[in-house]
Design a protein around this ligand. Structure first.
Ligand SMILES: [Fe+2]
Length: 440
């Protein structure tokens, strides 16, 4: 009798595990995504399996013998912090010695199972070309309204890279990280074709940002919290604004990032680097300014990211002054589920190039808030009257297209998904000078 009872309860437990998803056998690669490494001749491929397998990429240039080349990497175990302690193998393979601008086909996996076949273009070398990027934040597993349009446009070859400015999945750790898995599958039809570059947002905070830090593979050694890379004539810096808010994880992170930023900006400002990558563009999740109808920190005059704050360990420095001193050209933010373009600004002063041509030789950085890709929290409305520094606002779902035309011209446009892909805002930013010299 006892034996039968034991068998029954074991069976019930097994059924419970199966119904919850448990740990099925899984050699099949999934959640494929690409990222730039900082070296234009290489690309990183990341994917997930449930079981331990080898980490292999078979690839080839278009037109040559299919899968004639092979790259081998390794995997790490990521254990989610939820009660089920679900774990997965995160595979990373670096493909090196790519021919600049060449197209490649690849699949990933091992002899236990291969992925679908994908393709990508290796980054072009130097600064004499015009990269096109899609920029947005705040895209979730539920209600990712812009996703289909982005998937199609990416596969049509419209973008060289994607910048996702924080807040993924809503939230990656939910349902014991199954929402993270589902979201990474949703973006595969973008991210397996072009590098998907990221920064962390508040929705990644669970278990000290562990899903974010493990699932993505950004350049540098900070697990994607802050890093920089170059594309064509632009130096792109990605930061964590969350070090200003989740201070329980350590104020040393804020100070470390600040010191790193200072060094990175100094280096980017060296004449030889300025010649190659004159544009400095930042992405960070929580904005310094916003005019939404809510109580977010960007509504405060002294928002933490803008001016820093005092703590028991001393003064924590903000970023507006630092970015101004080094002549950052464009600052992309998200967090507010809307789009807002600011006039060139520093310390709440509008610094247009001229009345007629505000974005020709402006005297301060341009801020763009683009957090309306679509998520379960829907969109954020604005306060009724625009501030004097606010140039254009929209609460339509959508995303931003960025074209870095050359060393002096950048084009930006805002796509409304609500209006079937209509461009609802656009601007040219034209600068004869970069760096702090541009402000004089
Ligand atoms: Fe956010």
């Amino acid at each position: 009798m006892a034996g039968t009872m034991w068998t029954c309860s074991a069976l019930l437990m097994m059924l419970a595990v199966i119904s919850k998803g448990g740990h099925p056998i899984g050699f099949q690669p999934e959640q494929m995504h690409l990222s730039f490494t900082g070296n234009p001749r290489s690309i990183m491929v990341t994917w997930v399996t449930t079981n331990k397998t080898d980490s292999i990429i078979e690839y080839s240039r278009f037109g040559s013998k299919l899968f004639g080349l092979k790259a081998i990497g390794s995997s790490t175990i990521f254990t989610d912090g939820g009660v089920e302690k679900r774990f997965m193998y995160i595979h990373r393979v670096l493909i090196k010695e790519l021919d600049p601008g060449a197209q490649y086909v690849y699949h990933c996996g091992s002899t236990d199972g291969w992925s679908d076949m994908f393709f990508f273009s290796a980054m072009r070398e130097g600064s004499d070309w015009s990269p096109q990027l899609a920029v947005f934040g705040d895209m979730g597993n539920e209600n990712p309204q812009s996703l289909a349009r982005l998937q199609k446009e990416t596969q049509m070859g419209m973008y060289d890279a994607i910048l996702h400015v924080g807040d993924f999945a809503y939230d990656m750790d939910e349902d014991n990280a199954r929402i993270g898995d589902e979201f990474m599958r949703q973006i595969e039809s973008i991210a397996a074709y072009v590098p998907y570059m990221t920064c962390p947002g508040n929705h990644e905070n669970a278990y000290n940002f562990s899903n974010y830090r493990n699932r993505f593979s950004m350049p540098g050694n900070t697990e994607g919290l802050w890093y920089s890379w170059n594309i064509g004539p632009a130096h792109i810096i990605s930061i964590s604004t969350e070090v200003y808010y989740y201070t329980d994880y350590g104020l040393d992170l804020l100070l470390k990032q600040y010191e790193w930023l200072k060094k990175d900006l100094e280096e980017a400002s060296l004449p030889e680097n300025k010649k190659q990558t004159p544009w400095i563009i930042t992405i960070g999740h929580r904005p310094m300014y916003c005019s939404n109808n809510d109580t977010d920190d960007c509504k405060s005059f002294n928002s933490r990211v803008r001016t820093g704050f005092n703590s028991s360990s001393g003064v924590m420095p903000g970023l507006e002054k630092l970015f101004f001193i080094y002549g950052v050209d464009i600052e992309f933010w998200a967090h507010e589920h809307s789009y807002e373009r600011l006039w060139p600004i520093y310390d709440y002063k509008v610094l247009n190039g001229s009345r007629e041509f505000p974005y020709v030789n402006p005297k301060g950085p341009v801020h763009i808030i683009t957090g309306s890709a679509g998520c379960r929290e829907r969109v954020d409305p604005f306060v009724p009257h625009a501030r004097d520094w606010s140039a254009f606002r929209s609460s339509d779902y959508g995303y931003t297209r960025l074209k870095i035309q050359n060393g002096s011209h950048v084009y930006l446009e805002q796509v409304s998904d609500d209006q079937s892909g209509k461009v609802i805002d656009s601007m040219w930013l034209i600068k004869e000078n970069h760096g702090v010299a541009a402000w004089v």
